[in-house]
Design a binder for this molecule. Structure first.
Ligand code: DX5
Ligand code: ZN
Length: 218
């Protein structure tokens, strides 16, 4: 059964405390926090003070997804703002090994995100160093986009590599996740499903989180 990480990007920002309370009492394992800088991706979401405010109310670990250029500049600040997992983009890090070491020195779990066009094979020399690989199943920048079908194949390939080498990182999938694809994503090897608009646009967000977990029972 996969873990669910609802993305607060789709929450009601004027009622964030209410939405975090809903996540606290739901079956979600993580709270996914999307940080966008208007440079790496063509959209700006929110920053460190909002992450801090979420952390103050959350009883679950914050899974912080940094869609920003030169993320090293902000790693200590996001760690201080409550990030348990810090995920940076492969495409934003020319010195990825150094960035991963930096995250670990800060006491957080290190994750690497891959854009839809980036092959998983490019990570072969760093897979043993990380706790999480995030497969983007939409182009990063916006919630509510259509799931890219090729993501199943990437997840399966990464899962295969993990099994072959005995690595322990978790596989997370992010973008367009819903009840139509959750089961196959889990079967393909995804351990954590991120879901934003599908959860928060539902009449019963907490029940929807439970359904995502259960439909994807393998
Ligand atoms: C997209 C973000 C996602 C987003 C997912 O750039 O990384 O986490 O919130 O939203 P949905 O589930 O609506 O595709
Ligand atoms: Zn995300």
């Amino acid at each position: 059964m996969p873990a669910i990480a609802p993305s607060v990007l789709a929450a009601d920002f004027a009622n964030l405390q209410r939405d975090i309370a809903m996540l606290n009492s739901s079956e979600a394992e993580y709270i996914h926090v999307d940080i966008m800088d208007g440079m790496f991706v063509p959209n700006i979401s929110f920053g460190i003070p909002v992450c801090e405010a979420i952390h103050r109310h959350a009883t679950k670990p914050l899974d912080v997804h940094l869609m920003i250029e030169q993320p090293d500049r902000y790693l200590p600040a996001f760690r201080k703002a409550g990030a348990s997992i810090l995920t940076v983009h492969y495409e934003a890090c020319p010195h990825l090994h150094r960035t991963v070491q930096h995250i670990k020195e800060l006491g957080a779990l290190a994750g690497i995100a891959l854009n839809p066009h980036t092959p998983v094979e490019l990570l072969s020399e760093i897979l043993s160093d990380v706790s999480l690989i995030l497969i983007m199943s939409v182009n990063p920048g916006f919630g509510g986009q259509k799931f890219i079908e090729n993501s199943y194949h990437k997840i399966a390939k990464l899962d295969q590599l993990r099994k072959e080498k005995g690595y322990t990182f978790k596989i997370e999938v992010d973008g367009g996740v819903n009840l139509d694809n959750a089961a196959l994503l889990a079967q393909s090897g995804a351990d954590i499903l991120v879901a934003g608009s599908f959860v928060f646009s539902a009449g019963d967000p907490s029940g929807t989180i439970s359904k995502l977990k259960n439909v994807s029972q393998v």
